[in-house]
Design a protein around this ligand. Structure first.
Ligand SMILES: *Cc1c(COP(=O)(O)O)cnc(C)c1O
Length: 372
């Protein structure tokens, strides 16, 4: 018997991502494939960029899906904007803030890491005090490793002349996010979290101010926004390429069509309704966990609704519970990260999974698995 037979059952993906895609996004994957320069595909790509502008809350012409997962969005953000020796102040309150430091340093930045206790949000005053005149501030909006939301609007209002890079991988299309109003100069996200699409693309946006300061010839050819612009970002209708498209790389056609379907689904529900749905379901889950006697990890007031961190009760084997959830209930939840690997669980109710029935399902299953 083959060990790689077909998947015959569904999982409830209630971990830190990927989440179960919206059915519309899954259906779109089965459509006949288009060529990547087919006019019909280019139309879908243009619409996808426009839908992404709505999701980001931006009018940035350069808003596009980068052809790789969220981490490629992070690489694109720094490799295109960091000049050798630039001072980049990074808010670190979890794994993804740490990763930003690593990526920015590889791009030649002099990184000033502002370390925070995990479970707490980025402190804007500490960011400002970290350096008198940084080139750039960078922070994670929704820190998936700890379940914490940071106040990007406050950082954007205080950034002065510096650029602001924001990781919105777990916030885009999940919680309130307004790139232009908040002063986000460069933002990146991923498809497999609140957007409710399979992993594979990194929605990205950069404003004119940041683009004007970009690195002319970045060390990455694939992620060079100057080259990508001729292909997707500055759509032909905007005249940037005189109405034509130039080949750069083969767009992941099926993934873009799926993202288009997922975004259409979100816009039809209404972005603010989608945010409200995540807020309500997250609260339902967090209230339910607390009434089971469990303790939440993230600091009160900064808890993400879409990604809940909860402490593993004393005497309970974290891995055994996760194993039982998967085997008996078909439910995946996440372990903690780093020093919290065995003492915290991460439960994500994102995108299609941000539903009251999903919250009830995971609460009941967790109660059963802990008792067992
Ligand atoms: C998941 C995640 C990433 C990385 O995205 P990948 O799709 O795994 O490459 C970056 N930042 C945050 C906050 C994330 O949650």
């Amino acid at each position: 018997m083959s060990s790689v037979g077909p998947v015959i059952f569904e999982r409830h993906l209630f971990g830190p991502g990927p989440s179960n895609p919206y059915p519309e996004a899954t259906d779109a994957l089965s459509r006949p494939l288009l060529g990547h320069l087919d006019p019909e595909f280019l139309r879908i790509m243009d619409e996808t960029c426009e839908l992404l502008r709505q999701a980001w809350g931006t009018t940035n012409a350069r808003t596009l899906p980068i052809s790789a997962t969220g981490s490629a969005g992070m690489e694109a953000a720094f490799v295109n904007t960091v000049h050798e020796g630039d001072v980049v102040v990074v808010g670190v309150n979890g794994l993804f803030g740490q990763r930003m430091c690593d990526v920015a340093a590889r791009c030649g930045a002099e990184v000033v890491a502002v370390e925070h206790e995990w479970g707490t949000p980025v402190d804007v005053q500490r960011m400002l005090d970290a350096h008198p005149h940084p080139t750039m501030y960078a922070a994670v909006h929704a820190e998936t490793s700890t379940g914490v939301r940071s106040d990007i609007a406050a950082l954007g209002a205080a950034k002065g002349d510096a650029l602001l890079v924001t990781d919105a991988v777990t916030s885009l299309a999940g919680i309130e996010l307004r790139a232009d109003d908040w002063g986000i100069d460069v933002g990146y996200a991923g498809t497999q979290k609140c957007l409710g699409v399979a992993p594979g693309l990194a929605p990205f946006t950069i404003n004119d101010r940041a683009f004007a300061r970009r690195v002319e010839k970045p060390r990455s050819w694939y992620l060079d926004l100057g080259l990508l612009g001729g292909y997707v970002g500055e759509a032909s209708s905007r005249g940037a390429t005189g109405g034509g498209r130039t080949y750069h790389h083969t767009a992941p056609v099926a993934m873009v069509v799926s993202l288009h379907a997922g975004l259409t689904r979100i816009v039809e529900e209404g972005l603010e309704n989608v945010w409200a749905r995540h807020e309500a379901v997250g609260k339902q889950l967090q209230d339910g966990l607390q009434s089971m006697g469990l303790e939440l990890f993230a600091q009160e007031g900064s808890r993400l609704p879409e990604l809940t961190t909860v402490k593993v009760p004393d005497g309970v084997d974290s891995a055994a519970v996760r194993g039982r959830l998967l085997e008996r209930h078909g439910i995946e939840i996440g372990a903690g990260v780093g020093q919290y690997a065995a003492t915290v669980w991460r439960i994500g109710l994102m995108g299609h999974n941000a539903r009251p029935d999903a919250a009830l399902l995971v609460l009941a299953a967790l109660e059963e698995a802990i008792k067992a």
